[in-house]
Design a protein around this ligand. Sequence first.
Ligand code: BGC
Length: 757
Amino acid sequence: MNLETPALALAVLLTAAPLASAQAAKGDPATRASALLAQMTLEEKIGQLCQSFVFPGMQVDEPVAKGQLGSLLFVMNPAEANRFQRLAMEKTRLKIPLLFGFDVIHGFRTIFPAPLATAASWDPALAEKGQEIAAREAAAVGIRWSFAPMVDIARDPRWGRIVEGAGEDPYLGAAMARAQVRGFQGKDLGPERVITSVKHFAGYGAAEGGRDYDAVQIPDTQMWNVYLPPFEAAVKAGSTAVMAAYMDLNDVPATGNRWLLHDVLRGAWGFKGFVVSDADSVKSLESHGYARDAADAAVRALHAGVNMEMGFGGTAFGATLAASVKAGRVTEAQIDAAVRPILEAKYRLGLFENPYAYEAKVASVLGAAEHRAAARRAAERSAVLLRNEGSLLPLARGAAKKIAVLGTLADSKIDTVGSWVFDWQPADTVTVLAGLRQKAGAGVAVDYAPGVQVLRSSPSIFDLLRKEPRAAAWSEAQAKDELAKAVALAAGSDVAVLVLGEAQDMSGEYASRSTLALPPGQQELLEKVVATGKPVVLVLLNGRPLDISWAAQRVPAILEVWYPGSLGGEAVANLLFGDANPGGKLPLTWPLNVGQVPIYYARNLTQKTEEHAKRYWNEPHAPLYPFGYGLSYSTFAISNLKVDKASASVGSLQAGQPITVTADVENTSAVTGDEVVQLYVHQRAGSASRPIRELKGFERVSLAPREKKTVRFALGQDELRYWSGSERKWVLEAEAFDVWVGNSSAASLASSFTLTK
Ligand code: BGC
């Protein structure tokens, strides 16, 4: 069957006879799944539990045609997806469609800012919109499942995957998690939607030493209070799938961890979807020193609650489960229970009725103008202005006739889009240099010098999918020469825009770093450019906070733009020239240097007051910038903090009557801008020590000059309960609470209230 032309596709929709009797079964997805399951052989069922990568050079036609695979990942080409789908729909006995999955992390063709950047927008609606667009683009090529959102809390920026999540805070993380699930899945999983698999369940971000994949030890108080809330939020928002993490959690690998995958996920949260392993993480149960062999690994993963195994070159499920059923190590009822939610998801997605990508439509969807406009806006809203001495920014139009743009990252497309992008197109990508050239207008010279090369990591499997070749390394003489040229260019300009940070492959998976220093050569370039005495704007492109303690004292303007995506350069130009006003805030604490990590604001105080307790002998323990920090071209005043009741009973909160906190926020400048009003609370005493403050509300507010708005927050049971280490359960305690409202975690406007019995 060829569905490559719209007319033919329509004809098939209108006239096709049911492909198999099970597909004609009426009813809701659960009923249809049960009816289909009743017809399936054990081998067909196990096939649905197996997923395979399709990387260049890999052959999976045969297992697909034999019904040994229920899902494929990394198929980006719609014609190829349709070819595989035809094998499943025409060659297999029951004609069960394949489900194509992919890492649609921050866009598919149109690349949005990296997830950490999106979190810096403090705008969940923006995250939702971005993933709605990503879903539309992915669905157009036949991908109906995203391995996102990644919601791992990370408090150690050495860990490369910090760029994939929302930072250090469970409350902000939960808000971003929910929004992304809504964006991808929509209300009804229509044809332009994809299912999500919130990942990596759970605790991956706490890798010891920030080393990717390392084991984690997380006490249950931290699990419940910090690491699990964003997962719970995603599950409650309806995430169809969950991806189990790679690493050991408290000595039990997450992929074999029944407490996580069963007790917490299905028990405490009532999850009804399916769990997919991470790549080869079932087989890895053996390397962990946990399972005896592949058969044991498959049995233990299934027993723990994994439904589907993601495998690279074969799965333990496919190779061993049938024999394990025959040997009585697994029951067929267990297999049925694992298969059912996968079939249900395929029914809910409408795959049985519409298994094929509609190829004729693809071109009009990928990179649509509306998608690009949304990506540019997202990049503008994700930028965080860290410093702006003497209001160097926005650049005064007309005053800067010669702009020197320096640093290889300014002219690198791949580093503008960041990690986890595969279907991006270099031609669609606007670098900072291109954006500034486009914007500067007549009479302004924008000249460029790379100045320093950014090292790339050693080759990885993803190189197979790279669209830009790696540049050859400069010789020593060339490096010296390029540095001198860049400094000279700065010296002859009115303003230098220095773009520093990390290459795209220095953050993301297998991209942990043992240092937060600027990559080699960048600090030297920075110091030499600053020494020219010209005004310098430092634009940072990166996936983690870097050690910019030198720059933070000496460079007047610092703008953090993370990996801003396809339209990053246009966004940066708009921001630098004041056509957009930075309003993002840090979604993590920015350390002074690597010696401070792990570092996060919501810590327990433990001894003496903050000011008197000397945490380090050699330097302050305060970070460079606090969580929630970020400047604007506008100025704001936050005042009039009110708590609607000085005391309330625990029972009233449980009955759904929250405490209401209000504050006024006013734009005290002549420039329209956004402020993120943040609410923090602290419980003064209780059955366990509580963090010095915790985020429990926020709102990004846009204000015209002199405009004032009242922001309202509700503090209910969900905000004030916590998992007590002494009670070993959730508690809502009759105690006194402090509350602060302000524009960062250092907010000083304070009030209090008491909960009574
Ligand atoms: C990563 C996952 C990803 C999967 C598929 C794994 O290595 O940990 O986050 O979804 O690969 O690409």
